[in-house]
Design a protein around this ligand. Sequence first.
Ligand code: PMP
Length: 414
Amino acid sequence: MQDPLVQIESNVRGYARLFPAVFNKAVGSTITDMEGNDFIDFFCGAGSLNYGHNNRRAKAALLAYIQADGIQHSLDTVTAAKVDFLEAFKRIILTPRALDYRVQFTGPTGTNAVEAAVKLARKQTQRSHVVAFTNAYHGHSLGALALTGNQFYHSQFYGSHNNVTHLPYDGYMGEYDTSLLLEKMLRDPSSGLPKPAAVILETIQGEGGINVASDRWLQRIASLCQEHDIRLIVDDIQVGNGRSGKFFSFEHAGITPDIVCVSKSIGSGMPMSIVLIRPEIDTWKPGEHTGTFRGNNLAFVSARAVLEYWTEPAFENQIDERSQIVQAKLRAICAKHADHAMSVRGRGLIWGLDLRCGDLASRAIQNAFKEGLLIEGSGAFDQVLKVMPALTIDTALLNQGLQILESAVDAAVA
Ligand code: PMP
């Protein structure tokens, strides 16, 4: 048989070059290749494994469900698994946060949620324009790509840019408050900005380089949206599900978006995406937005099982405790290499170590891999190491991974 890695490299597009191994097993924060090498996972399936690989709660629920011949797929029919998920999501997540949203099942991937959110905002406002931000990442299907604020992703795909204006994200212009620009453009008819249907944003840009919007900026954008009757869409696909330290990332700023996109870790490894809609703006009619795999009941079962973490008052403290460990180590790395002017940004358990140079970051990623740590780059130049361990990671393993990261950076700058 041909070496599976060679076969994959020559026939399939993927991460094979970044992580040259064939993985076949994973538990919690450890992923193992076919030769029995263990790797600590700080990559977390790009944020889709917040509760770790084969999370024990999700796994037990899935095994029991399959054993009992539970329904796998149901499209739009009502099933016990769907009802269970919805009831628990409301009781555990929405009600304690005083949030009133309708849930729309949008399909397997985050992009599906983004597309549905923007379509709804356009339909409901009867306007077509959307404001997004520099360095935003909202997906790669044509509609979502138009919102993604990185020209590299656009350059080959003519015509994906309709009806979107990208404005500078918070921090993009240093100390300057970029929400003032939006305010000015909305008020000034000569700005050329058509009245938008929606503003879409990530409160922390994951793929864009771990850029954390200030609470104040988010509050200003939210109040501008309210004042001008524009739908505020928060894309919580990567930084929702507890990644920021709270279930929804926008909770920190105390804002209430009109529409929220949730995916990745919601299904704890099972593909699932949902859009949360303020009831007053839910103008969907039956059949207006469909898609076959919106009824993946295995995802509902897995999603229901991991909601249980949010019934435990200590869970947020655990995330915070791990967050402190990560921050301390990343700041120590920066201090040690002060001559490289590295910087650290993040919140909860999404942290970026900005090495200011894509080559340096790529060397550090390769070094880390050789020592048993999976970590990914992010940012416009792939210059930011994205430290994104599972929220459930054991602290000893977290420290071990951070130690590998430090040695990997040391070796990259040497
Ligand atoms: N929005 C954000 C913030 C994301 O991080 C991603 C994926 N990285 C997406 C949308 C697209 O999700 P998917 O790849 O599941 O379609």
